[in-house]
Design a protein around this ligand. Structure first.
Ligand SMILES: [Zn+2]
Length: 723
């Protein structure tokens, strides 16, 4: 959009305002040529005499572009004439509140074009295209022609942008490939056979009596020899071989190669082994590219049918390789991995800059790294990465692309590797960087968040996880521990959160000594049994301490700190702790349903009753209902019952025997106002002594309804005495 040029062009102006009452805005159009390109101008004026000179907006379209100039504000917008939705009341110049919905017809009356000429101009410029489903509005919705054109331009632009990005990616891919050194295939295959497949050859054999037929995978020759010495004179001149035995090794009688004996019958016509290897090469000036190559050694055995028998005809072996991924590392760039793919439709192989999706995803596994990789690293950004030291220190294959990527992000791993903190590096490579205390830390202690004086000890342990975690805890808690204490702590491995509490009232050495004493075993024996015993005891001890602390005992008391019998005291704490928790729950319930307690007196007057066998009364408070439910194992203690009682909708009553008025027996729910019996239950939701109780309760309810129970019958004092 040539904005400056467009702004300079004088306004078309509104010749005359519309006299129609509803008209708010009038559009005027013109076509113009700017810098050799056709432009459509649409100016929208307020339908007021005073605003005929300057429009609210000037919308400009070319074949491939458009823009809206808000004349008053002097701003340009890329917004489409109808906004983001196909809702015409969002016309770009509309000042209506977005929440007000007007009918399409109304909007058409509010926003009109100045003349038929204007409509024709718009239609012509926008190629007369419009959506068919709005056909009934036809030309009254003239802005839709423009909207459609604008949407078309946007889509086209998106498409262009997409293809530009694609082209750029393809260009970069090609550029990488062009700058990738050639793959020394012979060298890789030679290395693969010598080191990875260890020049493994097979000697296939089949015995016939005293003779054996042998096929060699190395030289491909087939021969027949005698393996059992004969007694005849002629047999002395026959060439002999050692007796072949499956799985053992022998020498090929033809070429002398050493190979594993394999019976003909155990060999299918082909057999192969796969492996992977990395080769790192210099890329451009200071970059590196790691090539991930899949290697295969294939063994083939040719068989020929002779009569009923299959006879070995020839044998061979071949090593092949295919590069399946390459990862580029360059200064100041994110690592980029390209993948080798196969287009089965075109039957062609090609390289792509992204992996396949789902199951076909190519995974790069740890694998041996070719020696020349490290020579190639000289002068590159990985020169000081200490990757070689890391590979040698690890007891398994490594993935150099993971190491390199992490090194670039976190150069400190060079220092860690060189110090021998292999297990720390392994952890950083494996599950990211959670153990790093400060990304910018230049020294081991600041980087990992441990005390400087313990670095040597950590190195002695190669950065062992449990030791490192204790050291980090020490630093975090502001403690100073000895090497020995750290080792012991690592051995018992207690959750870090627990130490924070315990160390507030006890010294570390005392805790360690006590755990050792309770466990009855020594620290540092390296024996599995002792270690797990220490761990178990530590867990019990911490559990004990935490409960006692939670029960608000004075933890500076040494008797509490060091009980004689840990298990017994632990059990005691468990019981006490549970009781306390239960009481707490009752308190909470009373707070939540306070009206149950408050209404007790009133309800007692209404519901209390007794005869020679039973007595019945309402619950004193919410807690009592919960307890009743707990003792009788039914659901009356639940929230729903409590709420209804609290809200005076129903009343929970306790029916008990006269002999044991304090022992829960039967729980009854009655409608507070209508005095209907809703339900009753004994222990475990059962109808205890059903017939009898039904009769008793029905009689009771009848009395309630007849007003025979209550103040008239019983005096306050009597009830108080009983309660
Ligand atoms: Zn041979």
């Amino acid at each position: 959009m040539k904005k400056k040029a467009i702004e300079k062009i004088p306004f078309i102006g509104l010749k005359r305002i519309s006299r129609k009452k509803d008209v708010e805005f009038v559009g005027v159009t013109a076509t113009m040529e700017i810098a050799g390109e056709a432009h459509l101008f649409l100016e929208v004026y307020r339908n007021k005499r005073s605003e005929k000179e300057a429009p609210v907006v000037r919308i400009v379209l070319t074949e491939k572009d458009f823009g809206t100039w808000f004349v008053g504000r002097g701003e340009w917008s890329r917004g489409k004439i109808m906004g983001t939705t196909w809702d015409s009341h969002n016309l770009i110049w509309s000042e209506d509140d977005e929440r007000i919905r007007k009918s399409d017809g109304f909007i058409a009356r509010e926003n009109v074009l100045n003349s038929k000429e204007d409509l024709k101009r718009i239609k012509e410029f926008c190629n007369g295209y419009r959506r068919s489903h709005l056909a009934q509005w036809e030309d009254e919705h003239w802005w839709e022609y423009i909207d459609e054109r604008q949407r078309y331009i946007c889509g086209e632009e998106q498409e262009r942008r997409r293809s530009r990005i694609y082209a750029r990616r393809q260009q970069a891919l090609k550029e990488r490939a062009d700058n990738t050194p050639e793959l020394p295939e012979d060298r890789i295959l030679e290395y693969a056979d010598r080191v990875i497949f260890r020049e493994k050859h097979y000697l296939y054999y089949k015995k016939h009596g005293v003779r054996v037929r042998i096929a060699c995978s190395k030289c491909g020759g087939v021969t027949e020899r005698r393996w059992k010495p004969g007694i005849s004179f002629e047999s002395q001149f026959e060439q002999m071989v050692e007796e072949p035995r499956e799985g053992s090794f022998g020498n090929c009688p033809m070429c002398g190669a050493r190979g594993e004996w394999k019976p003909q019958g155990k060999m299918k016509d082909s057999y192969s082994k796969k492996a992977h290897v990395f080769l790192g090469q210099k890329y451009k000036k200071t970059g590196m590219v790691f090539r991930y190559i899949e290697l295969e050694k294939k063994y083939l055995l040719g068989l020929l049918c002779e009569g009923k028998e299959k006879v070995m005809k020839n044998a061979c072996e071949e090593v092949s390789g295919i590069e399946i991924a390459r990862t580029y590392f360059e200064e100041g760039r994110e690592p980029q991995t390209d993948f080798h793919k196969h287009d089965s439709f075109l039957g062609k192989d090609f390289w792509d800059d992204c992996n396949l999706y789902g199951m076909a995803n190519i995974t790069i596994w740890p694998a041996p790294i070719l020696e020349e990789t490290y020579e190639a690293m000289q002068g590159t950004l990985l020169q000081y990465s200490a990757m070689r030291e890391y590979e040698m220190a690890e007891d398994a294959y490594i993935n150099p692309t993971v190491y390199a990527a992490q090194y670039i992000k976190m150069p400190q791993i060079e220092m860690l590797t060189k110090l021998g903190l292999i297990k720390v590096v392994r952890r950083i490579l494996k599950y990211s960087t959670g153990i790093v205390a400060s990304e910018y830390g230049k020294r081991v202690d600041t980087f990992l968040g441990i005390r400087k004086e313990h670095i040597r000890q950590l190195i002695r342990y190669q950065g062992e996880e449990s030791i490192l975690d204790v050291m980090k805890l020490e630093k975090r808690l502001g403690q100073h521990w000895t090497d020995e204490q750290i080792e012991k702590l690592a051995e018992i491995g207690v959750e870090t959160g627990e130490w924070t509490e315990v160390l507030k009232y006890m010294g570390i050495q005392k805790v360690l000594n006590l755990i050792g004493k309770y466990a009855g075993v020594e620290y540092g024996t390296g024996c599995c049994g002792a270690e797990s015993r220490l761990r178990d005891v530590a867990r019990t001890y911490f559990d004990y301490l935490n409960m006692r602390k939670a029960l608000e005992y004075d933890m500076s008391n040494t008797i509490y700190q060091a009980p004689k019998d840990l298990n017994r005291e632990h059990q005691k704490m468990v019981t006490e702790y549970n009781r306390e928790k239960a009481n707490l729950q009752l308190k909470e319930v009373n707070l939540k349903y306070p009206l149950i307690g408050k209404n007790y007196r009133r309800l007692r007057r209404k519901f209390c009753y007794e005869d020679e066998n039973f007595c019945i009364r309402p619950a004193r408070d919410a807690g009592e209902i919960v307890m009743e439910g707990r003792i009788l194992h039914h659901c009356v203690g639940g929230d729903d019952y409590l709420r209804k009682h609290n809200d005076d909708i129903t009343t929970i009553l306790f029916l008990r025997t006269r002999k044991e008025p304090d022992v829960p027996y039967i729980t009854v729910e009655i409608g507070t106002r209508n005095l209907e019996l809703i339900q009753w239950y004994g222990a475990n939701d059962k109808k205890t002594d059903k017939e009898n109780m039904d009769r008793w309760l029905n009689a009771y309810v009848t009395r309630l309804k007849c007003g025979q129970i209550g103040e008239a019958e019983e005096t306050e004092e009597r009830i108080l005495l009983r309660a």
